[in-house]
Design a protein around this ligand. Structure first.
Ligand SMILES: O=P(O)(O)OC[C@H]1O[C@H](O)[C@H](O)[C@@H](O)[C@@H]1O
Length: 615
C-alpha cells in the first residue's frame, strides 16, 4: 500500500527576509550586554575583537554574575515565585530563578524578544525563514495543520497523519502481516536512519514505549558493520516478522543507504522478500523514494522540504515508529500544540520558550561561553540530551550570522540522567571549571498510583531521586552554578510532545536573538564531501595495488610508490591510513615491515582482480 504522496510544496523564490522587519541586532546586543556587565564589573573593557571581549566579558560577567547571584533564602523564594512559569493544562512548570539575570538585563532584552516574536510569527505564516536554502520552516504546522500557509499543505499534513495512523493500526492488528512469519504478524521494527532520522524516534522510544509494545523497535543508525550485524543477530529468526522502516529526508545519506543494503543482504540470505517488509519515509522522488516505489515496498510516507531532520519528530519520521509501538501519537501532537500556543505569547514571562532563550543568552553571554548540561532525573528521558545535541547544536552552531559576520556561534549540550550522573561528572560541575549551566528535568510522579512503597519509614525510592535532584541543584547554586528546572507531572506522550515543542521554539527564538539561521546545516556537507574524497582515493589505491598484484611475480609497493602511482604524493598519510585499515580487514597484505613503521612497509593485494572494478 503506498500512501498518497502528492507533489511536495516547492518553496517560492527566496524573498528578502522579513522585508518589513528591521533586522535583529547582531553584535550591539552583546556590546550592550558587554557594556552592561562591564558596568557591573566596574571595569572598562577595551573593546578588542568580539571574541576577546566576549571572553573577557564571560570571565568578568561570570565573576560579576557569580558575585551578583542572590543567596538570601527569602529573596530567592520571592524570585522563585515571581518568575515561576506554569502551564496548567500540561502540568508543566519552568523555574528560572536560579539563573542570575537581572531586571536591567531583562529590560535590555525586551526589544530583541519583540523582534524575535515577530520573526517567529512570520515564520509560522510561511515566510522563508531558512534563507540560505530558500525554504519555509513548517514543523509547527505538523501539530496544527490549519496554521499551514495554504490548503494544499494543510491537506498534505492531514492526509499523511491519517495514512500513518491507518497503516500502524493495520500492522498492529495483523491486518497487514509479513509474508512468511510463524507469528502471523509483525513483531519487530528495524529503523534504519541517522541524525534527525533516528534521534527523535530513539528518544521517544526510550521515553514512551510500553514495557510490552506491539512491536519492539531497534535501530541501525550508523555505517558500522559490526553494529548492523549485532542488530541483525539479535533479531535472529524474527527477521521474518520485522518491519524495516528506512528513514531519510534526502534519501541519499550514505550511512542510511549502507544500512539498507546490509539489511537487504540479510533478508536475501534468510530467503525473505524485503520489499514486502520495507517502508520508506523520505521526500518524494528522492533516490530512496524511487527505489521503494520501483521495488514495490509495503508503504511509503512523505517528508517535506519545509521540515528539517532535527525538527521532524512530529512528522511521519517520529509518528510512524511511535504508533507502531502503541504510543498515542495524537497525544504527542496535542502536547506539542499546547506548548506551541503558550510560546506564541509576546509577554516574556508568559512564554516558556522565551524564558529558556533568556536564560541561555544570559548564561552564555550570547556567544555560547558556557555549555548546556541536560539532567533529567528520570531514566526514561535518558536520550533527551542526545536528542537536544542535534536540535541545539546543529541549529545554533553556525560560522556566520544572517548578515555574513563570522560569529562561530553555538551552545554545546551534554548530559545523561540523574542521579546517575552525580556519580560520574557532577564533581567537576560542583567544584571544577565553571563553564556550564544545568537544566534539570524533574518528573514529579515516581510510579503509577498504588504501585509505590516505602523502603524505609516515610521514604520511598522516588524520594531519594527527588532529594538528589534538589540537593544537586542547591549544592551547585551554593557554589554559584546556575540552573533551570523544567518540571512535569509524569512522562506521557503529551508531556514529551510538549518538551520537544518547548525546545524547538526556544532554539528558534534564541537564534533570532543572535541573528543566525537555525534551519540549515552547511557544515555537515563539508564532512560528507571529505568522506567522499577518502573513498575516491581508496579506489585509486586499490587499482594501483591491484595492478601491481596482478604482475608475475607480484610487485609489493612502498607507500611512496603507491602515492606516486595514485598521482597523490601529498596524500601519503591518508594512503597509509587506508592501507592500514585494509590490512586490518585482510584486504591488503603486508609484504615487508609493519604498519607501526610506515616508512619501511611494502604492501600488495591478496588476489588479483582482473576486471579492475576498482577503477
Ligand atoms: O534524513 P537524512 O536526509 O538522511 O539526513 C540525516 C541527517 O543528515 C545530516 O547529518 C543532517 O545534518 C541532519 O540534519 C540530518 O538529520
Amino acid at each position: 500500500m503506498a500512501s498518497s504522496i502528492s507533489g511536495i510544496y516547492t518553496s517560492s523564490p527566496s524573498l528578502k527576509r522579513f522585508p518589513n522587519q528591521t533586522p535583529p541586532l547582531t553584535q550591539p546586543l552583546r556590546k550592550n550586554h558587554i557594556s552592561f556587565h562591564a558596568r557591573r564589573a566596574d571595569r572598562t573593557l577595551s573593546l578588542a575583537t568580539p571574541h576577546a571581549v566576549a571572553r573577557e566579558v564571560s570571565d568578568g560577567a561570570a565573576a560579576a554574575a557569580a558575585k551578583g547571584l542572590e543567596k538570601d533564602p527569602r529573596a530567592l523564594w520571592r524570585r522563585y515565585v515571581d518568575w515561576l512559569y506554569q502551564h496548567k493544562e500540561l502540568g508543566l512548570y519552568l523555574d528560572v530563578s536560579r539563573v542570575g539575570f537581572t531586571d536591567e538585563f531583562v529590560r535590555e532584552m525586551e526589544p530583541h524578544f519583540g523582534k524575535a516574536f515577530e520573526a517567529m510569527e512570520e515564520l509560522e505564516k510561511g515566510a522563508i525563514a531558512n534563507p540560505d536554502e530558500g525554504r519555509m520552516v513548517g514543523h509547527y504546522w505538523l501539530r496544527d495543520p490549519k496554521r499551514a500557509p495554504n490548503s494544499f499543505l494543510k491537506t498534505q499534513i492531514e492526509n499523511t497523519l491519517d495514512a500513518v495512523s491507518k497503516f500502524a493500526n493495520d500492522v498492529v492488528s495483523g491486518k497487514i502481516k509479513p509474508p512468511s512469519s510463524p507469528e502471523g504478524r509483525f513483531t519487530q521494527i528495524l529503523s534504519v536512519g541517522i541524525g534527525g532520522s533516528a534521534l527523535g524516534p530513539q528518544f521517544v522510544a526510550e521515553a514512551l514505549a510500553p514495557d510490552n509494545p506491539p512491536l519492539k523497535i531497534r535501530f541501525v543508525d550508523n555505517t558500522d558493520p559490526a553494529g548492523i550485524d549485532h542488530q541483525i543477530a539479535q533479531l535472529g529468526p524474527e527477521l521474518a516478522s520485522t518491519l524495516v522502516i528506512v528513514i531519510s529526508k534526502s534519501g541519499g545519506t550514505p550511512e542510511t543507504r549502507n544500512g539498507l543494503l546490509e539489511v537487504q543482504k540479510a533478508f536475501r540470505e534468510a530467503g525473505l522478500n524485503f520489499p514486502k517488509q520495507g517502508v520508506a519515509i523520505t521526500q518524494e522522488n528522492s533516490l530512496l523514494d524511487n527505489t521503494a516505489r520501483i521495488e514495490g515496498w509495503l508503504a511509503r510516507f512523505p517528508m517535506f522540504d519545509w521540515v528539517g531532520g532535527r525538527t521532524s519528530e512530529m512528522s511521519a519520521v517520529g509518528l510512524l515508529p511511535a504508533a507502531l509501538q502503541g504510543i498515542d501519537i495524537r497525544e504527542m501532537l496535542a502536547g506539542a500544540s499546547l506548548m506551541d500556543e503558550a510560546n506564541r505569547s509576546t509577554v516574556l514571562r508568559n512564554n516558556p520558550a522565551a524564558l529558556l532563550a533568556l536564560c541561555w543568552y544570559w548564561a552564555t553571554d550570547g556567544v555560547g561561553s558556557k555549555d548546556m548540561v541536560i539532567l533529567p532525573y528520570k531514566d526514561s528521558l535518558l536520550l533527551f540530551s542526545r536528542y537536544l545535541q542535534q536540535l541545539v547544536m546543529e541549529s545554533l552552531g553556525k560560522e556566520f550570522d544572517l548578515d555574513g559576520n563570522r560569529v562561530n556561534q553555538g551552545i554545546s549540550v551534554y548530559g545523561n540522567k540523574g542521579s546517575t550522573d552525580q556519580h560520574a561528572y557532577i564533581q567537576q560541575l560542583r567544584e571544577g571549571v565553571h563553564n556550564f549551566f544545568v537544566t534539570f528535568i524533574e518528573v514529579l510522579r515516581d510510579r503509577p498510583p498504588g504501585h509505590d512503597w516505602e523502603l524505609e519509614p516515610g521514604v520511598t525510592c522516588g524520594d531519594y531521586l527527588f532529594g538528589m535532584l534538589q540537593g544537586t541543584r542547591s549544592a551547585l547554586y551554593a557554589n554559584d552554578r546556575e540552573s533551570i528546572t523544567v518540571s512535569v507531572q509524569e512522562v506521557t506522550p503529551r508531556t514529551v510532545g510538549a518538551l520537544i515543542a518547548l525546545y524547538e521554539r526556544a532554539v528558534g527564538i534564541y537564534a533570532s536573538l543572535i541573528n543566525i539561521n537555525a534551519y540549515h546545516q552547511p557544515g555537515v556537507e563539508a564532512g560528507k564531501k571529505a568522506a567522499g574524497e577518502v573513498l575516491a582515493l581508496q579506489k585509486r589505491v586499490l587499482a594501483v595495488l591491484n595492478e601491481a598484484s596482478c604482475k608475475d611475480p607480484i610487485e609489493p609497493l612502498t607507500l611512496e610508490e603507491v602515492a606516486d602511482r595514485c598521482h597523490a604524493p601529498e596524500d601519503i598519510e591518508m594512503i597509509y591510513k587506508i592501507i592500514a585499515h585494509m590490512a586490518a580487514n585482510d584486504r591488503a597484505l603486508i609484504a615487508e615491515g609493519s604498519c607501526g613503521s610506515p616508512r619501511g612497509i611494502k604492501v600488495f593485494l591478496g588476489e588479483c582482480n582482473i576486471d579492475e572494478s576498482y577503477a
